[in-house]
Design a protein around this ligand. Structure first.
Ligand code: PAF
Length: 283
């Protein structure tokens, strides 16, 4: 495995791989790699693909300074992680390499970014779409892998690729969970033992919402309420949002009549956790 820090070296390695007839698979990350990233990398394991992992803690997508500062990554540990999983190339640029001058060009995916996390994280999805577009320009992958845990990010990227005719297949990868249901996230490491013990309530609340749908409820507010009642069992937990949204537009629905996502963001102390589940209801 090779690790490079510059765009020029990345382009050279990718061009060489293409010359030998390989396809290019990209797993974009911000480092602090955990088994959830491991599954993304495993999904990118096509025999004829050259596997690239990017590790870049993108400063522009953090809406809170303390979140950026707490985002500690250990590049050596991440490189070992990638090497053990058979990654071919790691692109780990500095902020100066990615942003030599402040950008004048940004990508805004309107609509999708207005719901769920959007109002709580101003500028976040614009920054994510922009950095991912830059990574796509640099690596020129045939396929790129994104986790379903960040369902809104996935939807924004899918829409950007479709709208801008980028010749890249976006592959959604199912959320990886701890045995107790907690979705894997780099931020889980920041939870105190008490918060960690409480955290699986988030997934349990979403499962309860699914049960209410399965039991025949079609009212989004009723489904929401059953999930919120579960979250209320942990008084220190603060709900930022819990919504039942149309799976395609991410706009809240009143009545569930087709594919929806039930998505939530909650705070446990200073740590923000997100999760979602999908449901499809046929009339
Ligand atoms: O999901 C992430 O880790 C980041 O948002 C991404 C896609 C690597 C862009 O910085």
């Amino acid at each position: 495995m090779t690790c490079v820090r510059t765009i020029a070296e990345t382009r050279c390695h990718v061009a060489e791989a293409r010359r030998t007839g390989l396809g290019i698979a990209l797993v974009p990350t911000m480092g602090a790699l955990h088994p959830g990233h491991g599954v993304l990398i495993d999904w990118a394991r096509r025999p004829a693909d050259f596997r690239v992992v990017s590790i870049f803690v993108n400063p522009t997508q953090f809406d809170r300074r303390e979140d950026f500062e707490a985002y500690a990554i250990n590049l050596n540990a991440d490189l070992e992680f990638c090497a053990a999983r058979g990654v071919d190339l790691v692109f780990a640029p500095s902020a100066a390499e990615m942003y030599p001058v402040p950008l004048s060009t940004r990508i805004e995916v309107t609509g999708l970014a207005d719901h769920l996390c959007g109002p709580f994280r101003p500028g976040h999805f614009q920054a994510v779409a922009t950095v991912v577009a830059k990574l796509f320009q640099i690596v020129a992958p045939d396929r790129a892998y994104f986790g379903e845990k960040d369902a809104q990010q996935l939807a924004v990227i899918q829409r950007m690729v479709a709208d801008l005719n980028m010749p890249i297949e976006i592959v959604p990868v199912p959320t990886v969970r701890e045995p107790d249901g907690l979705a894997l996230s780099s931020r889980n490491a920041r939870l105190t033992p008490e918060q960690r013990a409480a955290a699986p309530i988030l997934y349990r609340s979403l499962e309860r919402a699914l049960q209410s749908l399965a039991a025949g409820s079609r009212s989004a507010s009723e489904v929401r309420q059953t999930a919120l009642e579960v979250l209320a069992e942990i008084p220190p937990l603060r709900v930022e949002y819990l919504e039942v949204v149309d799976a395609a537009t991410l706009a809240p629905v009143e009545t569930v009549t087709g594919p929806v996502l039930i998505a939530a963001a909650v705070w446990l102390g200073a740590t923000r956790l997100i999760d979602n589940v999908a449901a499809d209801v046929r009339p």
